[in-house]
Design a protein around this ligand. Structure first.
Ligand SMILES: Cc1cc2nc3c(=O)[nH]c(=O)nc-3n(C[C@H](O)[C@H](O)[C@H](O)COP(=O)(O)OP(=O)(O)OC[C@H]3O[C@@H](n4cnc5c(N)ncnc54)[C@H](O)[C@@H]3O)c2cc1C
Ligand code: SF4
Length: 548
């Protein structure tokens, strides 16, 4: 069958307008943001609660607490960017929107780039919008392994529903998925592999293909467009350019947060309640500096990162990865082997940065960009890393263990098989020493002795460095995300998630953060939240054992 004809003959299952639920974007009555660059003196504010960090965890907590009647101050180290600041140029945007210009990386047996956000909205501003619930089997394993029965699928369901409604989670329609996803789907269908179009938090997406560098149309519903405007409407204030430096306690109870400002001043927030949500890298370092949270010996340990790589393939048909939603299709056929395949397309300058080639080979591949497809694979890791501070600099140690290396090898081989089934002419595995594959070759990857240093890896999902465990003496926080040993101190970000979850984590973090706010307000779960029409259910039936 002619490949192009089969794609063009694809019948969309729903109208493109179905991508919007008809509800309009959230416009705050007032943007309650104070820029720390303008604070050069000492300033003191009072609030019921101070939330540190405005990402996937911090923003929902702040919004729910403010709507619940508390006065809330949010501290954010980064700046606030609006859609007008986005120019769709990956290099410029990485320098502005990413922490350390996107150069955060792990040290270990293979360097792994670990990009993080640093702005109002945290990493949600630069993420792909992929929205999965925590697989029920993973939550079940948390109950057995960490005593977290309170976080079961039934118990979290109202919180997932609330998050999905506020974030406007909906499925990518095939006509916006882009040809990159459609060729991969063609390969998966021919092999009989399970997959589907991804669910994402968007409103009116037009498939402009640049989600991780600032959505230029405000379609991607990062928390700076959803939770934070709702928090401001409820009276909360965000202080940007304000880096929390210390927590003051009195008699074992929190009293205040001290922050330095981008203007060279100091801000003191006096409060009875503090929620730290600096992300899985920032939170353990912040707590350690205070000498808090270390009793269990788990602080800064148990880092899972969901490491990822990508396989490229050349087709003799037009793919044009710059068009369509970059991460629009997933394949969960191998999820029980800890392998999740997800889209990883993007414009030429993104491809130029991410292709693991140099010199003539790089130039040659870039000249063929219109016919190149790229798809990602993520391994739900058994390896665990740790977070440290050396001379004021963050150090992330992570050694990829032999099991995970073998799983990468298996995943790369599977993606090669998929591309051959889809009709690729040349396949480029991300393994140093294997330049390119021809004519259905799978043996070269299968028979190679894979050294981890030969892999080109990235990771986007750091979790677990202050993990929750209901058993005293085990986790940094309990099942209600309270830091053991300090009254009034809670964690509300990816650091509490106790294991790799096998899927993208933003919805997990938002649901846990929402549950935390309900707990702090003494409220019953929002059981009257409407159920979504459908939710993605990745086929993870056997969550892996936790080694650490
Ligand atoms: C390129 C990319 C694509 C991704 N795509 C997806 C996706 O499609 N789907 C998905 O589910 N997940 C995705 N993720 C991951 C997801 O966005 C994160 O897991 C999630 O945002 C983490 O939430 P968090 O609250 O733990 O931290 P963050 O969202 O990172 O928020 C932490 C915030 O705290 C601030 N902060 C840190 N220290 C301080 C301090 N001392 N004082 C004040 N503020 C401080 C930071 O500046 C930051 O804004 C992606 C990540 C990346 C990098
Ligand atoms: S594909 Fe384009 S319009 Fe859609 S969310 Fe991504 S950047 Fe925004």
């Amino acid at each position: 069958m002619n490949a192009r004809a089969s794609l063009d003959g694809h019948r969309p299952t729903r109208d493109a307008r179905g991508y919007s639920d008809g509800s309009s974007a959230i416009h705050p009555a007032a943007v309650r943001v104070v820029d720390g660059a303008g604070i050069g003196d000492r300033r003191r504010v009072r609030a019921d609660a101070c939330v540190i960090g405005t990402g996937a965890g911090g923003a929902p907590v702040a919004k729910e607490l403010a709507e619940g009647g508390m006065s809330v101050v949010m501290l954010e180290e980064g700046e606030r960017f609006t859609t007008d600041d986005f120019n769709a140029r990956p290099r410029d945007m990485m320098a502005r929107l990413y922490r350390d210009a996107g150069q955060v990386a792990t040290v270990g047996n293979v360097p792994i780039v670990l990009p993080l956000g640093k702005s109002v909205g945290g990493t949600t501003l630069i993420n792909s919008g992929t929205s999965f619930r925590t697989p029920a089997s993973v939550l079940e394993m948390w109950g057995e392994r960490f005593g977290l029965e309170a976080l079961g699928a039934t118990e979290l369901d109202p919180f997932f529903r609330r998050v999905e409604r506020i974030q406007n989670v909906m499925q990518v329609p095939p006509e916006l998925a882009g040809r990159n996803a459609l060729v991969v789907k063609r390969g998966a269908d021919r092999l009989g592999w399970s997959g589907d179009f991804i669910y994402r938090n968007v409103r009116g997406c037009v498939g402009s293909g640049i989600c991780t560098f600032g959505c230029p149309t405000s379609a991607k519903q990062h928390v700076g467009l959803t939770y934070l405007p709702l928090a401001w409407n409820a009276g909360a204030t965000t202080y940007t350019g304000c880096r929390a430096r210390g927590i003051e306690t009195d008699g074992g109870r929190v009293r205040a947060v001290e922050a330095t400002t981008a203007g060279g001043g100091r801000l003191r927030v006096e409060c009875q309640l503090i929620v730290v949500a600096c992300g899985a890298i920032g939170t353990p370092l912040f707590l350690r500096r205070q000498g808090i949270g270390g009793e269990s010996g788990e602080l800064g340990r148990n880092l899972s990162i969901h490491p990822a790589t990508g396989v490229r393939a050349l087709f003799d048909e037009e793919i044009d990865m710059a068009k369509g939603v970059p991460q629009s299709y997933f394949i969960d056929e191998f999820a029980d082997e800890r392998i999740m395949l997800e889209g990883a397309a993007g414009p030429p300058d993104y491809a130029a940065m991410s292709f693991p080639f140099a010199g003539e080979r790089h130039r040659d591949l870039m000249l063929r960009f219109p016919g190149i497809s790229q798809f990602g694979l993520m391994v739900s890791d058994l390896s665990r890393g740790s977070v440290h501070e050396r001379a004021g600099l963050t150090q992330i140690r992570y050694f990829l263990n032999a099991d995970d290396v073998a799983t990468f090898k298996r995943g790369i081989e599977l993606l090669c098989e998929l591309y051959w089934a889809a009709g690729a002419k040349v396949v480029y595995p991300p393994i140093d020493g294997i330049a390119e594959l021809h004519e259905g070759d799978l043996r070269t990857v299968r028979e190679c002795e894979l050294d981890p240093r030969a892999l080109t890896l990235l990771a986007f999902h750091p979790l677990g460095t202050a993990r929750a465990d209901a058993r005293p003496g085990h986790g940094v926080v309990d099942e209600n995300l309270k830091v053991r040993g300090v009254e009034g101190l809670y964690l509300g970000d990816g650091s509490v998630v106790p294991s790799s979850i096998g899927v993208n984590p933003q919805i997990t973090i938002m649901a846990l953060a929402t549950r935390l706010a309900y707990h702090l307000l003494g409220r019953e779960p929002p059981r009257d939240e409407p159920a979504p029409e459908a939710i993605a259910q990745p086929r993870i039936t056997r969550p892996h054992a936790v080694t650490a």
